[in-house]
Design a protein around this ligand. Structure first.
Ligand code: SF4
Length: 411
């Protein structure tokens, strides 16, 4: 348009419609000729029902040039693939579509002419030149090349290119804080800081972003600085904490009342059943011995919680980085093998630590004997009864790599 206004004859070549989004909790991305409309083009598709991932690459008729693609479920390859559109494939197609971390290509294989930032037409050669010129972190690359300053989707790739060039990365949490997460935790703890605004004013800059705000929310909550929905802290929490419910894949919410130790009265069971029936909720017994009520619309949540609270229930924090459940077996009260009151200890622990916030969710379990029916050793902390006391096991729930806890410190 600028050229035409100045009397030129430029024509609009079309815009880059590549995009990466999260739709109802699912990562999706498309780039280039995603629909395969180029004559003679070839499709390479990858489907993994187990992880609910789908990917498609559209290649030229000689299978040498990447024309476009679609990613659903796992979009980690998006920056590399989008930057490779129009150029030679940086790796064999199946290697490019393999799960994150297993690709045979990656940014190191990107050609110099590949556009890393399509918003500002910045190529890999431009980034490499900036790194050679002294840019040593992502903010410096952004300032020098303008890459990542519009939609921001290539910021992760800038970091990968710095890694590929062997540049030691800053441990700064984000552009608003020079400190790492651990350093910020210690600053908040030692200085007694209670709000995000004070922390960013005294130890950072700007107004925060979607990286530092959740981290600071977690630090403030972990350090026990009051109710997470009080005052300024409320604005740092996501909707799950505000609604006491867990946003699900289809946009509805699930409600999980706390049932300490898995112990519940017939009256309370009936209330849960009536609520589920009246609001047409799908019910599911969870692995933590609670009852999950799925399919609630957001406007129904106050009425659902009113009835549950009136019956003596409270939120089970099934959405929070907090203590979730302390599971139990029936223990010595009912089981002929039981040697301790596992239900009693589980209830006491859950009531003692409910509301405790942490960097990650916490789950526990108590078994009434070494037969381990509560699977205590696969929890963050688990307890197993002995004839003379209790054994404590730590570190069983390993996040992405669950395992049986092996440590049993003296009790
Ligand atoms: S762990 Fe032991 S006490 Fe608990 S239910 Fe199993 S056999 Fe019974």
């Amino acid at each position: 348009m600028a050229d035409r206004l100045l009397g030129g004859s430029a024509t609009f070549p079309g815009a880059d419609t590549a995009t990466k989004l999260k739709l109802l909790g699912v990562d999706v991305a498309s780039f280039g000729d995603a629909h395969g409309s180029t004559p003679g083009c070839l499709d390479v598709t990858f489907t993994d029902p187990a992880t609910r991932a789908y990917a498609k690459l559209v290649l030229s008729d000689d299978a040498r040039t990447l024309l476009g693609g679609v990613l659903v479920g796992d979009a980690t390859a998006y920056p590399t693939l989008r930057a490779s559109v129009g150029g030679p494939l940086p790796a064999p197609p199946l290697a490019l579509l393999a799960p994150a971390g297993e690709t045979g290509g990656g940014v190191a294989a990107l050609p110099g002419a590949a556009q890393v930032c399509s918003c500002n037409a910045v190529t890999r050669d431009d980034i490499d030149a900036a790194i050679a010129g002294g840019c040593a972190d992502v903010p410096a690359l952004k300032a020098c090349t303008r890459a990542g300053t519009s939609c921001g989707s290539c910021a992760a790739m800038l970091k990968q290119l710095l890694d590929a060039a062997g540049v030691k990365q800053s441990t700064a949490l984000c552009e608003h804080f020079d400190a790492s997460r651990q350093e910020l935790f210690e600053i908040v703890q030692v200085r007694g800081i209670r709000t995000f605004s004070r922390l960013v004013a005294e130890h950072g800059r700007g107004r925060g972003c979607d990286i530092c705000k959740p981290v600071v929310a977690s630090i403030l909550a972990s350090l026990g600085t009051g109710h997470v929905l009080d005052g300024e802290q409320a604005s740092l929490q996501d909707t799950n904490d505000h609604f006491l419910a867990n946003l699900q894949r289809d946009g509805s919410y699930s409600v999980v009342p706390r049932i300490p130790g898995g112990e519940i009265t017939p009256e309370k069971l009936i209330v849960i059943g009536e609520v589920a029936r009246d609001f047409r909720l799908y019910t599911k017994i969870t692995g933590g011995q609670r009852i999950d009520l799925f399919g609630a619309r957001v406007e129904e949540l106050p009425q659902i919680w009113r009835r549950l609270v009136d019956a003596g229930f409270e939120s089970g924090h099934a959405y929070g980085k907090a203590l979730r459940t302390v599971k139990s077996c029936v223990g010595e009260t009912w089981c002929r093998y039981g040697v301790q009151d596992s239900v009693g200890l589980a209830v006491a622990l859950e009531l003692r630590y409910r509301g405790l916030r942490a960097p990650h969710k916490i789950k526990s379990a108590v078994s009434g004997c070494a037969r381990e029916c509560a699977e205590a050793r696969s929890k963050d902390f688990g307890i197993i009864a002995t004839e003379t006391g209790w054994n404590l096991y730590l570190g069983g729930n390993g996040g992405f790599r669950p395992r049986h806890a092996t440590s049993s410190p003296p009790t």
